[in-house]
Design a protein around this ligand. Structure first.
Ligand code: GLA
Length: 409
């Protein structure tokens, strides 16, 4: 079998160099960009499809980042070039950005400028180029990495100063979520943007997604010292592409909202785990095929698992989180029905080869899975996963290491 495909992250210097070179090439008027900014993709340790239910999530930032070189303009024109779409310039005027008015990858970028303006900030036009080692469609939040890199860039060139502290970063994250929901048209929750802007190196971030919380209440850094525990967080890219703008994600979200409404609640978070049986009984008359029951069961139990996982991490008991990861995966596979054959295969093979725990991460329907692995077992886990894909006739997966890394800057 061929050697494993390790997908390395770029160093900050390499990322900056790439976008500076591309900037000089495409905007060849001799004026340099005002700076280079970057933002990470994320993995979510646990707490999946809970953010839009006002629940808990526990992401870490990846070392893989999206880089942007940006220069402010004196007018309201936006010109964008991506290394991932060579030769195609994406252009708009900020005055023309509105829900439904722009499309394509540039809508994630222009959307951030629009959302900041909606929040009362004066944002100029700009020329920008982007390049990224956060893969598109791998469930690692490439869209959030793009939005958040642009958010910190605009924050600085417009002199907003929001990136200086966590409260300001929470505001930037909210603008990125609006960009994604209202301009790009993807009805995602806030997990990815909060992770990219508010995570910190060596930490996971416990997010509490109830609306109206203060920044201090909504995100708590939890030390996540893999090194000290002799553990590695392995990310397996199944290369089965997922796509959040399609109907499945929106459909899950709508089902959860419907269930909450039928129960007279504003969000499923309001159901404590001990009240789950009663809630499911109350839904039964509206639920001939059991879909509401399965979705609600996932959300309520997943929120509880996330709280337990965070408690174990806080207590330094990283060795004990594996069963929670496996239970989370099973719940996403069987009750929430967002897994994919490739993701199930990673979980099964990694566990067989000695991983402490493994699960799909992110929205699902393809994308990536994570495995928590003893350092000494990494090679065996990688080889076993690779062999399982080979035996199943699937394209070889890619592997990444995910030490908890730094936020957008
Ligand atoms: C995607 C969305 C997030 C979150 C996850 C599932 O990553 O962008 O908001 O809902 O799926 O946990």
């Amino acid at each position: 079998m061929t050697s494993p495909d390790w997908l390395e992250s770029w160093s900050t210097e390499e990322g900056a160099h790439r976008v500076e070179m591309l900037f000089a090439e495409v905007f060849d008027d001799g004026d340099a960009p005002d700076g280079v900014w970057s933002a990470p993709g994320r993995v979510n340790l646990i707490g999946e499809h809970t953010d839009y239910n006002a629940g808990l999530c526990l992401p870490t930032a990846l070392p893989h980042r999206t880089y942007v070189a940006l220069r402010r303009r004196d007018d309201d024109v936006v010109r964008l070039v991506s290394a991932q779409a060579p030769g195609q310039e994406w252009t708009t005027r900020l005055a023309d950005v509105a829900p439904g008015a722009v499309s394509g990858w540039g809508s994630y970028v222009a959307g951030v400028a629009w959302a900041l303006a909606q929040a009362g900030h004066a944002v100029p036009g700009f020329d920008a180029v982007v390049d990224s080692c956060v893969p598109f469609g791998a469930g690692l939040s490439s869209s959030a990495a793009l939005e958040c890199a642009v958010a910190v860039a605009l924050d600085e060139v417009a002199g907003l100063g929001l990136a200086a502290d966590d409260a300001g970063r929470a505001e930037l994250a909210a603008a990125c979520v609006r960009a994604e929901n209202e301009i790009a048209g993807a009805p995602t929750g806030g997990l990815d943007q909060a992770a990219s802007l508010r995570c910190s190196e060596g930490h996971a971030l416990l997010l509490d997604c109830r609306p109206g919380l203060s920044p201090l209440e909504s995100a708590t850094p939890v030390p996540f010292d893999l090194e000290a525990a002799d553990l590695t967080l392995l990310v397996v890219d199944t290369r089965a592409e997922h796509q959040l703008v399609d109907g499945q994600y929106a459909e899950r979200r709508a089902t959860c909202e419907k269930a909450a409404e039928l129960l007279g609640l504003s969000a499923l978070r309001e159901i404590p785990a001990r009240s789950l049986p009663g809630a499911l009984d109350a839904l039964a008359p509206h639920d001939p095929d059991g879909v509401l029951r399965r979705r609600v069961q996932h959300v309520v139990t997943e929120i509880e698992r996330t709280a337990e996982f965070a408690d174990l991490v806080r207590a330094g008991r990283l060795d004990d989180v594996g069963p929670l990861m496996l239970a989370s995966h099973a719940s996403l596979q069987l009750d929430y029905e967002v897994s994919a054959r490739e993701l199930d295969l990673v979980v099964e093979a990694a566990t067989r080869a000695g991983a402490l725990g493994a699960r799909m991460t992110g929205g699902g329907f393809g994308g990536s899975a994570i495995a928590l692995v003893r350092k000494d077992d990494v090679d065996a886990v990688v080889a076993t996963v690779q062999a399982a894909f080979d035996d199943a006739g699937l394209r070889a997966p890619g592997f990444r290491l995910a030490p908890p890394s730094a936020p957008a800057a």
